[in-house]
Design a protein around this ligand. Structure first.
Ligand SMILES: CCCCCCCC/C=C\CCCCCCCC(=O)N[C@@H](COP(=O)(O)O)[C@H](O)/C=C/CCCCCCCCCCCCC
Length: 218
């Protein structure tokens, strides 16, 4: 895994990003952390291509991605190959702040949980895009997905900043163009192909965190 995060790459296509998420899951439903991180890196690159209004969001996401890369590349990296092994290692070795912020603010469990919650937003947003019409507004689809997911975990000021940024989103046609996938029909087909796997990655992680009672890490 690259040591640091490069997020400027105008050549990528969203297909590559979604394919990366699709490769997250092993046959026995383990989530490979390296692919999970790579998927988020691709999404941040995509978001950066939409303009600097999202930079405060990208900065936070990149910080969290970098924390996970540091774990992957660190001396205990062998324990971070999958989300499942990461959770077991950190909980078995008391490396997670369970009830209040303390000695482990950059635990993999806490950091991944923030991106996991954002993955739920992505799932909801992509489904809205997939079923949208020419009259649909990306800002409305984005904020509806946000209000149904991430917003409940954010302070008021963050919710206001995010809501303002959503209005800067390009229209559906431009959004589809920037995705660099092809015609709207091809975009819809790609989303229909990718969404079930993104949903499965989300659900596997959600079940893992619920079984370990770590869905509310501070
Ligand atoms: C086909 C189109 C694909 C869409 C591509 C979308 C690309 C989105 C890329 C990244 C998504 C954003 C990831 C946001 C991670 C936020 C993690 C988080 O919740 N952080 C907060 C809590 O962390 P701690 O403070 O506890 O460490 C943090 O406080 C938040 C800071 C920044 C604001 C987060 C707002 C999130 C908005 C999500 C919608 C993104 C809209 C992108 C529009 C394309």
């Amino acid at each position: 895994m690259a040591d640091s995060v490069a997020v400027e790459d105008p050549k990528f296509t969203l297909q590559e990003v979604l394919d990366t998420f699709k490769s997250c899951l092993s046959e026995n439903k383990e989530v490979f952390l390296e692919h999970y991180v790579a998927g988020w890196l691709g999404l941040v690159r995509f978001m950066n291509s939409l303009g600097s209004v999202f930079s405060f969001i990208a900065k936070d996401a990149v910080n969290k991605i970098q924390i996970l890369i540091n774990h992957l590349n660190g001396e205990n990296g062998a324990h971070y190959v999958t989300v499942q092994s990461m959770v077991k290692y950190e909980l078995d070795n008391q490396l997670v702040d369970l009830t209040k912020r303390g000695s482990f603010p950059e635990s993999g469990c806490r950091t991944l949980l923030r991106l996991h919650r954002a993955l739920r937003w992505l799932e909801l947003f992509l489904e809205r895009l997939r079923t949208s019409t020419e009259e649909s507004k990306t800002s409305v689809m984005c904020s509806e997905a946000y209000n149904q997911s991430l917003s409940q975990h954010h302070a008021w000021i963050i919710r206001k900043a995010a809501g303002t940024a959503f209005w800067a989103l390009p229209g559906r046609a431009t959004f589809f163009d920037v995705m660099n996938v092809g015609t709207p029909e091809q975009v819809v087909a790609m989303l229909g192909d990718a969404l079930p796997l993104i949903s499965e990655v989300y659900q596997v992680t959600e079940n893992l965190y619920a079984q370990n009672n770590i869905l509310d890490l501070p």
